[in-house]
Design a protein around this ligand. Structure first.
Ligand SMILES: [Ca+2]
Ligand SMILES: [Ca+2]
Ligand SMILES: [Ca+2]
Ligand SMILES: [Ca+2]
Length: 453
């Protein structure tokens, strides 16, 4: 190994790095979202896609008046409708647990829950229809139970036998329970009322004994109450998700929609007895859906787009990018892919995410162990994408072959960055440039000395 060939002077290194920076500018920006595939089976005139849940190789889309659609997503680039439940009431929300699907239905007077057996995805069958005593607005499914946010409180059902859900317990609220999320023994209930002091409240309930849920903490989410309008101008919480000590609330204004305000709230719930709002991210009006995956938060803005936020700092989410999606209603996400129920155009859209837009998808960054929020994880001036796809260098190590020469320098000067036996030799042109620089410096020094003489 000829390490002495690398012993170049420091100012030459500066020159060298400048050249390399010119040769390897930052890669052209890719988008955060790439549409892999989509399916549009039901015309929007017959039923808008409102919600989606994914399990294994199947996606289940709540298709409003057109019932429930089942898509085979084993090929993410080509989702295929394989089955449906039709002839039902309008289906508005959907959750899945293994082979069973739970769907909220909404009729002209009543609302309720369907349980559906999807063991045969081509022929999903309705197992049970439950009519809610007080209209249910939101649902969470966890650990063999369904949690229903109903107009007069929370209802907890045993769904271990999906063919005959049975009531385990209730928790009465003075205002309308609107959305619910569950993690472990805690249920997070969004309650909407018309109290001018606390019209929007998050209540945290201990549901370890489902027969007798107990409130352990709550917080008010202060918003502007408009006396003339007779409601909170801001908002309805359309989605609540809980992860790693934080609750995320997605807001749109008004029952239908999206005209004045849209935002994401982060609530620190690490101490359930004292939940505290720690973050507010303002965005376009009408955030109707939300999904969490990795450290990312995805927002569905009904009349605009699908947005990605970096939630590494949950209380200070930062904007990553968006894709046009007029009609984005709700989404779910896993492993760097987002599944979007798009009401107006496509029933189901599948996106691949590249959070740092370095060309390597989040899914690929997970495999490569690189940072999905940094284009050049090891700081050697070669992007994660080119290291993995073009040069076969280690994207986590600036000098892959440990020969003292940085990967980018080796690539720039044509040596093999993966082989220490082939080290960086300076080309003739580089020696000429260095000789010229030394000559100029010597002439300048000579003139300076003569001027002082
Ligand atoms: Ca990336
Ligand atoms: Ca990266
Ligand atoms: Ca790199
Ligand atoms: Ca090297």
């Amino acid at each position: 190994m000829k390490r002495e060939s690398l012993a170049v002077s420091s100012y030459f290194h500066v020159l060298l790095y400048s050249c390399v920076l010119l040769i390897f500018p930052i890669a052209a920006e890719a988008g955060v979202f790439t549409l892999l595939g989509s399916a549009d089976t039901v015309p929007s005139s017959e039923g808008w896609a409102l919600d989606v849940a994914v399990s294994g190789n199947y996606a289940y889309v709540a298709q409003n008046a057109a019932g429930l659609q089942v898509f085979d997503i084993s090929d993410l680039c080509n989702p295929v409708a394989v089955g449906a439940v039709t002839g039902t009431q309008a289906i508005t929300n959907v959750a899945v647990d293994g082979n069973h699907v739970y769907a909220l239905w909404s009729g002209s007077e009543e609302k309720g829950l369907y349980t559906i057996d999807a063991t045969d995805p081509a022929n999903p069958s309705l197992l049970a229809t439950r009519t809610s005593p007080t209209r249910c607005n939101g649902m969470a499914v966890a650990n063999g139970r369904a949690y229903l946010a109903e107009s007069e409180g929370l209802q907890i059902l045993d769904i271990s036998d999906p063919a005959s859900p049975s009531l385990l317990g209730t928790y009465a609220t003075s205002n309308m329970a609107w959305r619910v999320a569950v993690e472990g023994d805690l249920a997070y209930l969004m309650v909407h009322g018309y109290d001018t002091e606390c019209g929007r409240q998050l209540q945290i309930l201990n549901v370890s004994n489902p027969a007798a849920p107990v409130m352990v903490g709550s917080c008010c989410l202060p918003d502007t109450y408009d006396a003339d309008y007779g409601d909170y101008l801001s908002v309805y919480c359309y989605e609540i998700n809980v992860k790693a000590g934080y609750a995320y609330l997605a807001w749109a204004d008004g029952m239908t929609g999206g005209y004045f305000a849209g935002r994401l709230d982060t609530i620190d719930v690490s101490d359930p007895a004292h939940p505290v709002r720690c973050g507010i991210f303002m965005t376009s009006p009408g955030v109707r859906g939300m999904a969490l995956d990795g450290d990312n938060v995805y927002l569905c803005v009904k009349q605009e787009n699908l947005q990605a936020l970096n939630g590494t700092a949950p209380c200070e989410p930062s904007y990553l990018g968006f894709t046009e999606a007029w009609g984005a209603m709700n989404a779910c996400a896993r492993d760097g892919y987002v599944f979007l129920a798009n009401g107006s155009f496509e029933d189901l859209m599948v996106f691949e995410v590249d959070s740092d837009r370095d060309g390597l998808s989040d899914h690929e960054e997970t495999s490569a162990l690189t940072n999905p929020y940094a284009r050049d994880t090891d700081g050697d001036r070669l992007s994660d994408f080119v290291e993995v796809n073009n040069y076969g260098t280690d994207p986590l190590k600036a000098d892959t072959d440990d020969d003292g020469a940085n990967d980018a320098d080796e690539v720039a000067f044509g040596t093999d960055p993966c082989s220490a036996t082939e080290t960086l030799e300076l080309p003739l042109s580089a020696w000429c440039v260095m000789a010229a620089a030394i000559s100029l410096a010597a002439i300048a020094a000579f003139r300076l000395r003569r001027a002082h003489a």
